[in-house]
Write a protein that binds this ligand. Structure first.
Ligand SMILES: O=P(O)(O)OP(=O)(O)OP(=O)(O)OC[C@H]1O[C@@H](n2cnc3c(O)ncnc32)[C@H](O)[C@@H]1O
Ligand SMILES: [Mg+2]
Length: 202
């Protein structure tokens, strides 16, 4: 398999996706290595933003590109922060400020109504104007905690309670998180369907 540019500036995502792809011999080059600036995420859905980011990186590198658009949808907040998860507390994105805002918004919400899900949509384009991008999605249900727990992961992981494990997502190691997470599920689906799109070149 040839190289793939990973159309993300998020170190947490780059870490997780690289670790999941390395064992199967796919080398991912983060777009930061090409000094590619973040593209404006003007889409109204995860899938639109994922495609936009993948095309942008493919255009600037000439390589196939994989993008991840993801976020947290909270039941009691009608799906917010959703596609705005990275910029919930304003820009530039700041995990601590986003978590503080989420805790404040959820302060009056009782325990039985704190359900949420992480969503991840991956888009793989073979070149910038690929008319048949490969799309895969994954969802992970849990609950919003009342205070941060754990040091691992990134983003909202310290506030996301994982019912299957009885702890926060930030208390899982990277293998445990990959086995359950929205991103792990989406990536396994993408890889399962990858043969439909080979050869990956134009
Ligand atoms: O767009 P790129 O450059 O990939 O990086 P980003 O951080 O801006 O990524 P998104 O636009 O997809 O926003 C996703 C946000 O959702 C949150 N998020 C997504 N996946 C997560 C995970 O596995 N654990 C915790 N938070 C997550 C986190 O706050 C991310 O910043
Ligand atoms: Mg983003």
């Amino acid at each position: 398999m040839q190289q793939l540019v990973l159309a993300s500036g998020n170190a947490g995502k780059i870490r997780e996706l690289s670790a999941m792809l390395a064992p199967i011999g796919i080398e991912v080059l983060p777009q930061t290595a090409f000094r590619i600036p973040d593209v404006e995420e003007t889409g109204l859905s995860f899938v639109e933003n994922a495609i936009l980011k993948a095309r942008h990186a493919a255009k600037l590198t000439g390589l196939p590109a994989l993008a991840d658009d993801s976020g947290l949808e909270v039941d009691a907040l009608n799906g917010a922060p959703g596609i705005y998860s990275a910029r919930y507390a304003g820009e530039p994105s700041n995990d601590k400020a986003n978590n503080d805002k989420l805790l404040a918004e959820m302060n009056a919400v009782e325990d039985s109504k704190r359900g949420a899900r992480f969503c991840c949509v991956l888009a793989l384009v073979r070149h910038a104007d690929d008319a048949t991008p490969l799309i895969a999605e994954g969802y992970w249900r849990g609950r919003i905690l009342r205070e941060p727990q754990g040091q691992n992961g990134f983003g909202y992981d310290p506030l996301f309670f994982v019912p299957e494990r009885g702890c926060a997502s930030a208390e899982l190691n990277k293998e445990e998180k990959a086995a359950l997470s929205h991103r792990g599920q989406a990536l396994r689906e993408l890889l399962r369907r990858l043969p439909e799109k080979l050869p990956i070149t134009r």
